[in-house]
Write a protein that binds this ligand. Sequence first.
Ligand SMILES: Cc1cc2nc3c(=O)[nH]c(=O)nc-3n(C[C@H](O)[C@H](O)[C@H](O)COP(=O)(O)O)c2cc1C
Length: 220
Amino acid sequence: MSNISKQQVLDAFHFRSACRYYNPNKKISREDMDYILELGRLSPSSVGSEPWKFIVLQNPQIREKIKPFCWGIKHPMDEMSHLVVILAKKNARYDSEFFRISLEKRGLTPEQLVTTIERYKSFQTNDIKVLENERTLFDWCAKQSYIALANMMTGAALIGIDSCPIEGFNYANVERILAEEGIFDSNEYGISCMVTFGYRAKEIKQKYRKPAEEVISWIE
Ligand SMILES: Cc1cc2nc3c(=O)[nH]c(=O)nc-3n(C[C@H](O)[C@H](O)[C@H](O)COP(=O)(O)O)c2cc1C
């Protein structure tokens, strides 16, 4: 499992920087995009809920439609190679069809199903308290999808592909446009975030980070 060195991983983390200018003439191969998306799909999620979808938005007309609402994407829409819109599940309640199907797929017996759903009920209600409103429940799923986001960006960096996470857009408008295009059902899913991929057009300046002692504490 470990023919990759710590230094290689650290180098990838230093290489990964928010890429704002992509080389428009260099596109990511389908094979490499499939690899990146597979890293998203394989990501962990709370109670194995996988409450996400990954929309690879390559259609130039639809990209142009959302462009006026995407202030966080400063370059022309055709400059990046790939744009992935990450969706998160809405209404992922313990007693939803969504949970039942995902549990059944794992081969639980009917008795195990009942106990597990009871456990999730208590978890969502008393422990993590995500049932306060629709937003808290959606954000819980969105949190899971950010793990996939991070894994895709790191995995991309490991093979020399640049990326930039994108939250700089008007969610309501982009969601409306994509739903109108029939890309997803906005009763079932909402946009969690977006991420661009491609190859940097120029050097990105050295990243700034707070010193380790400011953000890491060891309690022994
Ligand atoms: C969730 C998230 C959303 C972000 N949204 C945007 C964005 O809309 N546009 C942009 O140019 N950068 C965006 N960034 C990039 C951050 O500004 C950048 O990651 C941060 O300044 C640290 O720099 P580095 O990624 O180069 O290390 C976002 C980053 C994260 C994690």
